[in-house]
Design a protein around this ligand. Structure first.
Ligand SMILES: Cc1cc2nc3c(=O)[nH]c(=O)nc-3n(C[C@H](O)[C@H](O)[C@H](O)COP(=O)(O)OP(=O)(O)OC[C@H]3O[C@@H](n4cnc5c(N)ncnc54)[C@H](O)[C@@H]3O)c2cc1C
Length: 298
């Protein structure tokens, strides 16, 4: 049997051949996945990892698609999305969630339970898995700050459990996670006043809506913060707000964002990124580093 037939047999209606990834990314662009699947358990992930090894297929893991730029050609082999693994539970001061859970949902539950330490990460779109991948954060709080441990499968399908102490991480950087599929995470938070936490959450959500161009599809900040500065400040100082390639534009509201005005291609976005990088390098000498992750480019 061909690999797609075998995969379809196993995943049934949770296997979507040729699925446009523009439907599964916040940028709303990118070509199709040769096959998009939605595993629901650790066993299904282990089966999938064995399957891609046996068949020699490329595998891409996707969460909410809020930090990726998928090429216009799309992704070969299997794209596996974590969104069907989304449970989250709280016991005492411990918060545990599966990798496909929305990070904002986890934050909201923690706040409602009167647990502090993640409330300033309110409104970050994406899953726990995506947050573990890059140490997502906002307003001084980060995913790994109060992390106790994460569990994952390695490419051989072996279960890996790593504590925070065993993980090297920094600003939007995590070491030793290449090839892992995150399954779950556990945080240890601190009891705090629920009213105060709710207020911080509301303020944070309001600040995001005021500052960020949430009315357009995007994948958030394009570049990492350079040491001692902000990418958005540098881009703005070069007069690049509003710069447009095709239907992709440097947001006039927030220079750190590139938005899809409707119908942008991944090629538009990548060309615009290079133009911004070149202009900033020429004028300020700073080489901006991409935060967003290009997928499926040669
Ligand atoms: C409007 C907007 C605002 C944003 N604001 C912020 C912000 O304030 N702070 C911030 O840090 N980010 C921000 N982002 C970026 C994004 O929300 C985060 O990077 C988020 O963590 C991405 O999660 P995701 O599930 O969408 O990951 P995806 O985009 O689906 O994937 C990102 C990477 O993680 C990998 N990955 C995902 N899940 C797993 C898994 N289970 N196992 C292994 N690898 C996995 C993927 O392979 C990919 O390489 C913003 C994005 C948008 C659109």
């Amino acid at each position: 049997m061909d690999w797609l037939g075998e995969l379809k047999g196993r995943y049934q209606d949770r296997c979507l051949p040729g699925e446009p990834l523009s439907r599964h990314t916040t940028f709303r662009l990118g070509g199709p996945a040769e096959s998009l699947v939605f595993p629901v358990s650790q066993e299904e992930w282990a089966w999938l990892l064995a399957f891609v090894r046996r068949r020699g297929l490329p595998l891409t893991v996707l969460g909410h698609g809020a930090n990726v730029i998928v090429s216009d050609i799309g992704l070969p082999g299997i794209t596996a999305c974590t969104l069907r693994m989304e449970t989250c539970s709280i016991s005492g001061t411990r918060v545990r969630s599966e990798a496909g859970a929305s990070l904002d949902m986890v934050v909201s539950k923690a706040v409602d339970a009167g647990l502090g330490g993640m409330e300033k990460m309110s409104g970050i779109p994406g899953t726990v898995g995506g947050a573990l991948w890059i140490n997502a954060g906002a307003f001084g709080q980060e995913t790994y700050e109060h992390l106790v441990s994460y569990s994952a499968l390695d490419p051989e399908g072996r279960l890996v459990r790593r504590s925070k102490a065993e993980t090297r991480f920094g600003y939007r950087r995590v070491e030793g996670v290449e090839g892992l599929v995150f399954l779950s995470a556990e945080w240890g938070l601190s009891p705090d006043d629920q009213g105060r936490l709710r207020q911080t959450r509301e303020q944070t959500l309001r600040a995001r809506a005021e500052k960020q161009p949430l009315e357009y599809p995007s994948a958030g900040s394009v570049f990492k913060r350079p040491p001692g500065d902000f990418a958005s400040r540098l881009i703005d100082s070069c007069g690049l707000k509003g710069l447009t390639v095709g239907r992709a534009q440097v947001s006039p509201k927030h220079a750190g964002f590139i938005v899809n005005l409707g119908g942008a291609t991944a090629a538009d976005v990548m060309t615009l990124i290079e133009k911004v990088r070149e202009a900033v390098r020429a004028k300020t000498g700073v080489a901006l580093e991409l935060e967003q992750i290009p997928l499926g480019f040669k």
